[in-house]
Design a protein around this ligand. Structure first.
Ligand code: TRP
Length: 338
């Protein structure tokens, strides 16, 4: 089967749980914004995914606005893209249920992210956390999205989305859902911790010095990069020289991603340089690129009603695409709509 019958359409989502950090920006938001104008783009704040683990209600509402502010501050244009939060479009939950009945327990058991998150303690986790890849498939297929930009960690879930689409099409003898492709590229799809280059940068790490928050101001950004862990060697002459140097690799990847060049370009420019030269250059670059975004986020967050208005408008436009696809799905399945 080919996807030629489907209009190219991008869908992706970010969970509003904890604050946004550099990994969300370089691995997701910056790329999402870059796809604007190339194709139809739909970006979602996936609040229903967030509650698969406990969220304080007031913090959830705030985090939902903050993710929206992050997208907007990074250049998302609400006249070019649809920006909304998932729970305002009920069709996500409705199609999610249908897909719970398409996906097999055996498929879910293979999801490595659940195994990593739940560990030996799976019985204590929510059923939602276990089932969430089927909801993610619904997020994507509700719009017949053909392209899904995600980080490496979500690749398996996009493959599951294809499996669900295929099984649905096969079982109901239709050619209704497209086989969505993950879009994984860019040098810093994995941004690592600034104090330990073998760990992913996360919103929940113990020290704030190990991550760059999208809300950090210029002083914090500069300080964190200047104090970032590096190693004892000068910068290598070639990218091969970054093997087994996780901190060096990470700082160079971040520089490359911020500056829209390749790691090889960065290594060529700084071959043999000392960290005392490179880290301040990285700090300056990061301040130039990121401080305007955090400033704009602060401005947006001071006017929550404006963010809510943008999300309401995006939800209405999302519903217009989603509703006919959900109804057609119901018809295919044999749900009576009287
Ligand atoms: N599961 C994704 C994450 O944890 C977020 C997400 C939910 C998503 N629905 C999606 C991403 C649909 C892409 C498409 O990062």
């Amino acid at each position: 089967m080919t996807n030629t019958a489907f209009t190219p359409r991008v869908f992706s989502g970010i969970k509003p749980s904890g604050g946004l950090q550099l990994g969300n920006y370089l691995g997701a938001i910056k790329r999402f914004v870059g796809m604007q104008g190339e194709m139809e783009t739909i970006y979602c704040v996936v609040d229903m995914h967030a509650i698969t683990v406990w969220q304080d209600p007031a913090e959830l509402a705030n985090a939902t606005r903050e993710v929206a502010a992050g997208y907007l501050a990074a250049g998302l244009d609400p006249t070019k893209s649809i920006l909304f939060n998932q729970s305002q479009v009920a069709a996500h939950a409705e199609l999610g249920w249908i897909f719970n009945c398409v996906a097999r327990v055996g498929w879910m058991n293979r999801m490595t992210q659940f195994k990593d998150k739940a560990g030996d303690n799976a019985e204590k986790h929510s059923l939602g956390l276990y089932a969430y890849p089927a909801l993610m498939a619904a997020d994507i297929l509700l719009y017949h999205a053909t392209h899904v930009p995600v980080g490496e960690d979500q690749k398996q879930h996009v493959e599951l989305t294809r499996d669900i689409a295929k099984k649905f099409n096969h079982d109901y003898k239709v050619d209704f859902f497209p086989e969505t492709a993950p879009v994984i590229d860019g040098p810093a799809t994995r941004v690592m911790n600034l104090r330990d280059g073998t760990k992913k940068m996360s919103k929940s790490g113990e020290s704030d010095m190990e991550r760059i928050n999208m809300t950090d101001d210029a002083d914090k950004i500069a300080k964190k990069f200047k104090k970032a862990k590096s190693d004892a060697e000068p910068l290598p002459e070639t990218v091969e020289g970054l093997a087994d140097r996780p901190e060096a690799r990470n700082l160079i990847d971040i520089y490359a991603a911020l500056n829209d060049v390749t790691p090889a370009d960065v290594v060529a420019e700084y071959a043999g340089a000392q960290w005392g030269k490179f880290k301040p250059a990285l700090a300056d670059l990061a301040v130039a690129k990121l401080a305007p975004i955090s400033g704009e986020m602060a401005r947006l967050m001071s006017d929550p009603a404006e963010i809510d208005r943008i999300l309401a408008d995006g939800s209405a436009r999302a519903r217009e695409i989603a509703q006919p696809i959900l109804h057609k799905t119901y018809d295919i399945v044999g749900m009576l709509r009287s």
